[in-house]
Design a protein around this ligand. Structure first.
Ligand code: TYM
Length: 332
């Protein structure tokens, strides 16, 4: 049976990269698969989070997922810390994964920066928890943006080593689903960096909560080169900022990037940016309205998360029990 799991960190503003790289695909997959979508608060605290902001952000991300079109009646939407089996399986995986594997993780290197000695142990072990998230449900497919590919390869390595070490066929080898025209949305200020919550300049990203004026202003100020809109995707490598804006347009309009080049190639960027801003606002405004409505009734969000966690616990419990038996623990 196919089962989808994916997660998102409640570490600040949701941005267009999260939406185009992940959330929008999740919405499309909900009609085809059994899906679990998780607000990964345990992952969030691998880097310091102010408790009040964390609580707010967990609800805001959940609201964003629902507002974007995830139906809580069809999917399990929950926050990770409500299902303690994630942490329990992660501990077992801490004992399966090798230091050498984790040392190779580029996200750890990026996030820990130069001062590795000062990074939390949790940040280092982060990919093991991610493997636990997925394998706790024996998920087969994981829709993510391009940046998570390496973590999913590690998840496969962990699954394989667990199966080999214990001589079992317990865990499936998960398949990443990296879909759409914007699998790696780049910063609006620098086409060589991905759009991210942690980038200091707010002008580098479009947040899901930005109003129409701010979206238009950020797109107007987005860095480009002096040439017009590319006429072919072959120009993207040499013109990353231009390629990024075309890619964003394509994803928002549900077109292939090549098609956008055919339609808009040769136009001045000032015109293209105006159209892109209108398009972004038309896609994001209804989501923002619904997010605001939900954020005004946190009880409604909490009830959805509670119900999602109950459903998740039901699937997870027998799988964790099976793992504990395989490892040889004595259970009650
Ligand atoms: P996170 O919270 O950084 O991002 C959530 C999702 O958004 C995608 N994404 C992007 N896609 C395209 N362009 C971008 N600039 C961009 N920025 C973010 C991410 O690829 C991701 O799909 N480790 C994960 C969370 C996680 C998880 C999991 C994911 C925890 N457990 C299990 C899948 C399965 C993360 O930090 O995502």
């Amino acid at each position: 049976m196919n089962r989808i799991f994916s997660g998102i960190q409640p570490t600040g503003n949701l941005h267009l990269g999260n939406y185009l790289g992940a959330i929008r695909n999740w919405v499309r997959l909900q009609s085809e698969y059994e899906c679990l979508y998780c607000v990964v608060d345990l992952h969030a605290i691998t880097i310091w989070q102010s408790p009040k902001e964390l609580t707010h952000n967990i609800r805001e991300v959940a609201a964003g997922l629902i507002a974007a079109g995830l139906d809580p009646r069809r999917n399990l939407i929950f926050n990770q810390s409500q299902v303690s089996a994630h942490a329990e399986l992660a501990w077992i995986f801490n004992c399966v994964a090798r230091m050498g594997w984790l040392n190779r993780m580029t996200q750890f290197k990026e996030k820990a920066g130069k001062n590795r000695e000062n990074a939390s142990v949790g940040l280092f072990a982060y990919p093991n928890l991610m493997a636990a998230d997925i394998l706790l449900y024996k998920a087969t497919h994981v829709p993510v943006g391009e940046d998570q590919k390496q973590h999913l390869e590690l998840t496969r390595d962990i699954a394989q080593k667990f199966n080999n070490d214990f001589g079992v066929e317990m865990f499936p080898l998960v398949e990443p689903l990296i879909l759409g025209a914007a699998t790696r949305v780049m910063s609006l200020r620098d086409g060589s960096k991905k759009m991210s919550k942690s980038e200091s300049s707010d002008y580098s990203r479009i947040n899901m909560t930005d109003d129409a004026d701010l979206i238009a202003k950020k797109i107007r100020k987005a860095r480009t080169d002096p040439q017009p809109v590319p006429s072919s995707t072959e120009e993207f490598d040499a013109r990353p900022e231009a390629g990024n804006l075309v890619g964003i347009y394509a994803a928002l309009a549900d077109l292939a990037a090549e098609e956008v080049c055919v339609r808009h190639g040769g136009s001045p960027f000032s015109d293209f940016k105006r159209e892109l801003a209108d398009l972004a606002v038309s896609v994001l405004a209804p989501i923002q309205d619904e997010m605001r409505r939900l954020m005004a009734s946190p009880d409604e969000i909490d009830a959805i998360l509670r119900k999602g966690a109950e459903g998740a616990r039901e699937i997870a419990a027998p799988i964790l029990t099976e793992v504990q038996d395989i490892v040889g623990f004595v259970r009650p």
